[in-house]
Design a protein around this ligand. Structure first.
Ligand code: PLP
Length: 440
């Protein structure tokens, strides 16, 4: 009987060890980590260079409180990240995870507004479905009812606009009119709320678990930037999942001309070696806050030297191994092969993604886009089938959170052609079993 509790699901096998794209449980069964954990382990498991950097840091010091000491590790990682950001985004605040990074971005935006005579601005518009974390502030900007509903009385729900799911609305994502259609919903929302009350727009450049790798339609991101600038609204990119090379560029938003004012990162930055997140802000936002007494924020573990040493080694690996380029190349191959599986299996209704943030969605009928019945719990059943075959994938209910199922296939960015063959074979076998179960 375990003293741990996370979810209602039953106990999982106990992890023994992990190397590269593989993990082994204590019975010796091998799994291919086709979801990088929760889209975390971007450089694969047990990378020797990262372990060496961590050992070196551990031997020197594992903790130095940020109000007592600067540390080389956090200084170097901050410089490294600033160099990888769009110009001007050069102020870095470290935290220990994605929700903390989101909270930090929201609070910096608010304090910037307060210190620059824009105290009327406090609303943060975001999208539904959308996911930004599980702390109460991050939940307020999360558009995903199953996670927010029980906590409604304890938080202040922020305004939402629909995520641009052109495939469900029967619109062509390559038609620039589609991008404008969805982006203009932001402007309508800003006008309806009152532009002077709107602080920021928070967006995942490529959707994560809530929309299943939703890629914005053509022109959407550029238009969003233009609308934010016009109304003095800050653009915050939630790169918690898309950052650190996952989509084929260091930041997901690097694919478009939509320069953020604030970037929040986590997952692939610590890559599973240490809990680590970062908020990176435009100098112009940070300067007035520092001038007027400093940022009223900070977690005890912020800038932990061991986490930063791991993060620095992770980013070095991404660069040295050319992992952004590999994610782009292998991602194109994976999309092509998922499209092949869609030809073969009726129940796949859509395939989408960028780089190695890719997904397919189950539908009962491709024409009507009707989801599989909620009672099938299709996404979980599929994950269980694949898991039994030694392939780990990630899944969620989409749409309004009560029905519609997507499967995220997001292996570490180090995947080779042979790994990709193994992933696709595992998916094919799992789809065959799942189709058989539901159609016979
Ligand atoms: N933002 C996005 C886009 C995420 O995908 C997640 C986690 O899945 C978070 C924020 C929250 O990150 P964490 O679970 O590390 O708090």
């Amino acid at each position: 009987m375990s003293n741990l509790f996370y979810q209602a699901q039953g106990r999982k096998p106990t992890l023994d060890q992990s190397r590269g794209v593989y993990m082994w449980d204590q019975d010796g069964k091998r799994y291919l980590d086709g979801s990088s954990g929760a889209m975390v382990c971007n450089i694969g498991h047990s990378n020797e260079n990262v372990l060496t950097a961590m050992r070196r840091q551990m031997e020197k010091s594992t903790f130095g409180y940020r109000l007592h000491f600067e540390t080389e590790a956090s200084e170097h990682l901050a410089t490294k990240l600033a160099n990888l950001m769009p110009e001007g985004l050069n102020k870095v605040f470290f935290v220990s995870g994605g929700s903390e990074a989101v909270e930090t971005g929201l609070k910096l935006a608010r304090q910037y507004a307060v210190t620059t005579g824009q105290g009327s601005r406090w609303k943060v518009i975001s999208r539904a479905p959308g996911y930004h974390g599980c702390s109460l502030g991050a939940l307020a900007v999360t558009g995903y009812a199953p996670l927010t509903a029980p906590f409604e009385p304890m938080m202040r729900q922020m305004p939402k606009i629909p995520a641009p799911r052109a495939y469900l609305d029967g619109l062509d994502a390559d038609d620039p009119a589609t991008g404008l259609h969805y982006a203009d919903m932001l402007e309508q929302k800003i006008l309806a709320e009152g532009p002077d009350s709107v602080l920021a727009f928070l967006v995942e450049p490529v959707g994560g678990a809530s929309t299943g790798a939703l890629v914005p339609p053509r022109g959407y991101m550029e238009r969003i930037r233009e609308i934010c600038t016009r109304h003095g609204v800050l653009l915050i990119m939630d790169e918690v999942m898309t950052g650190a090379g996952r989509t084929g560029k260091f930041l997901g938003s690097d694919h478009w001309l939509a320069r953020p004012d604030i970037v929040v990162m986590s997952k692939g930055l610590g890559a599973g070696y240490m809990p680590l997140g970062a908020m990176i802000a435009d100098d112009r936002l940070v300067a007035p806050v520092l001038d007027q007494g400093g940022f009223a924020h900070g977690f005890t573990y912020a800038g932990n030297p061991l986490a930063c040493a791991a993060g620095l080694a992770v980013v070095n690996e991404i660069e040295m191994q050319g992992l952004c380029a590999n994610a782009a190349e292998q991602g194109d191959r994976l999309l092509a092969r998922l499209n092949g599986l869609m030809q073969k299996y009726e129940l796949i209704g859509d395939v989408r993604g960028k780089g190695l943030l890719t997904a397919f969605e189950f539908m009962a009928d491709r024409n009507s886009k009707a989801p599989l019945p909620a009672g099938l719990n299709a996404h979980q059943r599929f994950v269980d089938i694949a898991y039994a075959k030694g392939l780990i994938v990630y899944s969620r209910r989409t749409r309004d959170g009560t029905h519609g199922d997507h499967i995220l296939v997001c292996p570490p960015l180090i995947v080779s052609d042979a790994h990709m063959d193994e992933i696709v074979e595992g998916l094919d076998a799992s789809l065959a079993q799942f189709s058989h179960e539901i159609y016979t």
